[in-house]
Ligand binder design. Structure first.
Ligand SMILES: [Zn+2]
Length: 223
């Protein structure tokens, strides 16, 4: 996971919010009425996805069109789940572009006391870069070693509940990292910085993991 600028709220969200939020609040907060069937936030799914060329903001894998069946289909995740925060159903800042696996198989309606690390956090101190590190030997995302107490707990809860270290994602993340390091190693030392900049100009899966890999190389003086 890395920080994503969600971008400005597109026109129309506020109208949907006024029209449909009361139905969600009635259903989940007051137990009145059936589950609303409106799904207008899907209109905005592509507006969110275009920020990362349709790469999931949680696991950083490429999503497939929403019409496709399967775990990599694109969805709009409600960061704070609708069942617990129905008043945020149509709040733009509560929407996260996510693959179906991260959203519906892992995160679901969970919301621990400390919440989760927000990929779009406005406050720099709350952004993913503050919470996570990357073990380039195992391919696993880990809590940042400087964290203690609640922040550490929040990092690990996010990793566990969102399935950031699910087996196949770890496999591809590690494979991607090795490929990046192999490619980097083909360049003479004086050209490696330019290669890194070129790499980050493209839409890429596992961008956050590679950014953490680069940070390690910088810290050890290898880049
Ligand atoms: Zn995902």
């Amino acid at each position: 996971m890395r920080w994503i600028d969600r971008g400005p709220e597109p026109p129309g969200v506020d109208g949907y919010a006024r029209q449909f939020t009361p139905g969600w609040v009635d259903h989940f907060r007051h137990g009145r009425g059936g589950r609303p069937t409106d799904s207008f936030w899907r209109e905005f799914r592509s507006t969110l996805g275009v920020r990362t060329a349709d790469i999931c903001w949680y696991c950083e894998r490429q999503c497939e069109p929403a019409s496709e069946a399967g775990g990599k289909a694109a969805t709009v995740d409600h960061f704070k789940p609708r069942s617990r925060f129905p008043e945020l159903t149509y709040q733009w800042t509560n929407w996260v572009f996510s693959c179906r696996r991260c959203n519906e198989e892992h995160k679901q309606d969970k919301w621990p006391a400390l919440g989760y690390v927000d990929p779009c956090a406005g406050d720099e101190l709350e952004r993913p870069e503050q919470f996570f590190d990357y073990d380039t030997e195992t391919g696993e995302i880990v809590a940042h070693p400087t964290l203690t107490g609640d922040a550490r707990q929040k990092a690990w809860a996010t990793i566990a509940d969102l399935g950031l270290n699910k087996l196949d994602v770890v496999f591809y993340r590690l494979d991607w990292t090795r490929q990046f390091l192999d490619d980097l190693g083909m360049f003479p030392a004086g050209e490696r910085r330019a290669f890194v900049e070129f790499w980050f100009e493209q839409p890429q899966e596992f961008r956050g993991a590679i950014a953490m890999t680069v940070a390690r190389l910088e810290a050890s003086g290898e880049l």
